[in-house]
Ligand binder design. Structure first.
Ligand code: SAH
Ligand code: SF4
Length: 440
């Protein structure tokens, strides 16, 4: 059958969708060129905020109306459980985030409606990748046990589980043989890799796993020929250890960028959220990274309008963002999620005030991004080329190790860089989110 997968949400969903595509292709299905042509459409859903869930459910509703065989996978399915068929009575099948490996079999059986909510994931389905491309996501840590007060992820993605290092290394080596140059390792709190369950054989007998499991994994992956860059996300300040910094020192393939979601700059709110660090702990982690390399890129996530967030709490977030000197920031307006601790508190920051705080932080980040990027003018960045720039196809675009977008003019008659090709660019101008360069 001709199929398409439509994805909402985070990189983890992007990765799961890719695995589903690979499994569908292996089962003999064919990817449709567009939605009209598709007989089966699978919508991968997000539920981290209410709006995200509504978008995915709305999309599935439209596909059902268009008489496609429609499946819903991902986080919203697990949240709704059997109620998903109340929202979408004609949905054909629904699978929870860890059950996507069952999709080809569900389609082969053809017995609809079908609901799969299990948390057991088959290792083969985790390692399935579509051929082609020079970048790949690799899931190393599933689920989350942190239970931050606002967050629904632990309810929908299950308990934290570290994949055996052996499997991850074999997967990355296989990707490298297929031409992948850059991998991004995924986990909700990826620096906890190997802490809840041992990931390395040697650790299994000792029952106690160590803080070194993730740095060790990075070192092992850095030895794989063909892999040029290793990224990972998301990080937590408690994982910014000396061992991790030593890895940056020793392994140039490991990119000097951390996505380090802070959520708030107010100690009172951080405590209520259950984030397990203070403002001072967080800033100390950022200082450690920047003391090692002043150009170390640090990006973050922030929530505005958490229940009870006062003007003072908000100002604390503003000042923390300034002190941390973030290179980029994603700001989210608090959305109560059913079953979370925070959902029991009144959602008392008015929508208009959440919007205002969002805009203030974004404006701050614009000028901060400009300042951070201005400091890079005159430096030479090592960039892996991605292709024509989206905004201006007369330019090429790529990213440096800090995940900064760098664009440069196509010289007349010059050969187009191959995707993933390494180029060195001297930065000539800077914008808040983009650097302009020229080949050296
Ligand atoms: N595991 C990551 C975050 C995953 S969710 C971490 O802990 O760093 C991605 C982002 O969505 C979070 O960082 C947070 O900023 C935002 N988010 C999560 N729940 C939210 C909610 N209920 N309302 C608004 N934003 C939320
Ligand atoms: Fe959610 Fe916190 Fe887990 Fe991140 S660490 S997924 S914010 S509970």
């Amino acid at each position: 059958m001709k199929f398409l997968v439509h994805t909402y949400g985070c990189q983890m969903n992007v990765r799961d969708s890719e695995a589903v595509e690979a499994l569908m292709l292996a089962a003999g299905h064919e990817k449709a060129a567009n939605e009209d042509e598709a007989e089966v459409v699978i919508v991968n859903s997000c539920t981290v905020r209410q709006k995200a869930e509504e978008k995915a459910v709305g999309k599935a509703g439209n596909l059902i109306a268009a008489k496609k065989i429609t499946g819903l996978m991902g986080c919203a399915v697990k949240r709704m459980g059997a109620d998903v068929f109340k929202r979408l009575p004609k949905l054909d099948f629904a699978v929870a985030p860890r059950a996507f490996g069952l999709i080809p079999r569900i389609l082969a059986d053809g017995r609809f409606p079908r609901l799969e909510l299990g948390d057991d994931v088959a290792p083969e389905s985790l390692a399935a990748h579509v051929e082609g491309g020079w970048q790949a996501f690799v899931t190393v840590l599933l689920g989350c046990d942190n239970r931050c007060s606002y967050c629904i992820v632990p309810d929908v993605r299950g308990h934290e589980y570290s994949r055996p290092a052996k499997e991850v290394i074999a997967e990355v080596a296989a990707l490298a043989r297929r031409g992948v140059k850059e991998v991004c390792l995924l986990g909700q709190s990826v620096l906890r890799y190997g802490i809840r369950n041992a990931a390395w054989e040697a650790e299994r007998s000792s029952a106690v796993s160590t803080r070194e499991a993730f740095p060790r994994l990075l070192r092992a992956l850095a030895e794989i020929d063909g892999i040029e860059r290793i990224r990972f996300t998301s990080a937590h300040p408690s994982g910014c250890t000396d061992e991790l910094i030593q890895v940056y020192q020793d392994c140039p393939k490991v990119c000097r960028h951390l996505h380090l979601p802070v959520q708030s700059g107010s100690d009172r709110i951080l405590k209520e959220m259950g984030r397990r660090y203070t403002r001072a702990d967080y800033l100390a982690a950022v200082r450690r990274l920047r003391a090692f390399d002043p150009e170390f890129a640090v990006t973050t996530d922030v929530i505005v309008g958490y229940p009870g967030e006062t003007a003072d709490d908000f100002e604390a977030t503003r000042s923390l963002m300034e002190e941390a000197g973030f290179d980029n920031a994603f700001v989210f307006k608090y959305s109560p999620r059913p079953g979370t601790r925070a959902a029991q508190l009144p959602d008392d920051v008015p929508t208009a005030e959440k919007e205002r705080r969002d805009q203030v932080l974004l404006a701050d980040q614009e000028s901060r991004g400009q300042r951070r990027n201005d400091a890079l003018v005159g430096t030479v960045r090592e960039v892996l080329a991605e292709g024509p720039s989206k905004r201006n196809p007369a330019r090429w675009s790529g990213r440096d190790g800090g995940n900064r977008i760098v664009v440069w003019d196509r010289a007349d008659g010059a050969r187009a860089p191959a995707p993933g090709e390494r180029v060195h660019l001297r930065i000539t101008a800077a914008h808040p989110q983009i650097l302009i360069g020229e080949p050296t």
